[in-house]
Design a binder for this molecule. Sequence first.
Ligand code: NAD
Length: 475
Amino acid sequence: MRNYLNFYINGEWIAPSGVPSLDVIDPNTEEVAGVISLGNHTHVDQAVAAAKHAFAEWSLTTPAQRVAILERVCEVYGARMQDIAEAINEEMGAPLTSLAIEAQAPMGLGHFMTTTEILKNYAFEEKKGTTTILREPAGVVAMITPWNWPMNQMACKVAPALAAGCTMVLKPSEVAPFSAYLLAEILHEAGVPPGVFNLVNGDGPGVGSYLTAHPDIDLVSFTGSSRAGKMIVKAAADTLKNVSLELGGKSANIILEDADMQEAITNSVATMMMNTGQSCNAPSRMLVPKSSLAKAEDIARKACEGIVVGDSRAANTTMGPLASKMQFEKVQGLIGTGIDEGAKLVCGGPGLPDGIGKGYFTRATVFSDVNNQMTIAREEIFGPVLCIIPYENEEEAIAIANDTPYGLSGYVFSGDHDRASRVARRLRTGAVHLNGAPVDLEAPFGGYKQSGMGREWGVHGFEEFLEVKAVMGDN
Ligand code: NAD
């Protein structure tokens, strides 16, 4: 049982008094795994004031001083990798062995490491004649993060913000707040000065929206739903803050007829079902040639049969529960909608998987013969539900892929590299994966259209935390 009632403000753990607490539920057991406090405007004001005060000194540190701190963060983080993986496992149900230890926890470290290397080599000044172009820290940053890849999403904001010389207030998801607590401990131990990083827990309406409207916040860096993203842009409008948004997705995966069907579909199902389908860039719409539909269904069903759904602490589990009751109910509802709308259920379906009596477990579900106008093809389900959509030819596949309000990621499988690359250039998305290529932490991550604005990761993500200044005249 994790007792995480304190907030981290100005380098100290403070116990907020007279505030409600929130139970954090283990999605495997539906039992209480820990408790946090829900902060209010007073705590946001305290944290923002601490960050604003700390900015005066931190923004003037040299890149070499910040590199030294970031290297220390990497060391401390590395030493606590197992703790971090366990926290992620408890807060949102990622399978401990196959996902939390293998991917979720190391990905956070990956962002600290790549950012440290970027900082070592970054040119903060350039000369154009007598004008100097400077890149300066953007200021005090509000960071609001979701629950699905919790440490990855915090680290890809905190690392570049620290590197840029910004100070920050983090409000992690109230659904999965454990790893944020560990991150604050790590930053403290690594010697990040008081006030540079602050942590306040709370919900969206109570803490998040107040933080995004706060006059002393210069930049909001948000990851979460498109619904909340729209509210944040409105809240930030009165003070015209910079806003960076990483939002939802409904990514298309075009399997061209010259692809190795077995390999492409097996790989795609694994990517789709990873993290129980709770990844913003999940390839949730699989576009296959009409003539290969039956074969695609067969391969997808067999791939799903190989998934081991169960307790996320068991070593052989490959798919854990959904993160929360709310998510479970949403996904179950959309599986029902798919059936009602006439999609063909290939495998999975409503209800708990066989042999499981409690927890937010869901069957790995595949629908086929899906029409791109159906609700299950348009809405982000954020669960282990794959939609197979047939197409006649390449042009139609591209049109279906782009016919969505989202634009986060795209996937293309083809036996012809030139063709895959040509199709990739036609997709209106922030990233495209060819033939199963994984994400690249040094490449920009973000979306077109309603999947967001701005980019995270790598140099592009780092530059979101910098302002540009021109100093003209001899200098
Ligand atoms: P959510 O939008 O409900 O919540 C995300 C965070 O925003 C939480 O910390 C929440 O407390 C806070 N919040 C909610 N309403 C707010 C408001 N009005 N003002 C300020 N803060 C508010 O999203 P979620 O359910 O936690 O996460 C799932 C969503 O996140 C999915 O849509 C997924 O696609 C998206 N996501 C996007 C990316 C990406 O990089 N594009 C990555 C991961 C998740």
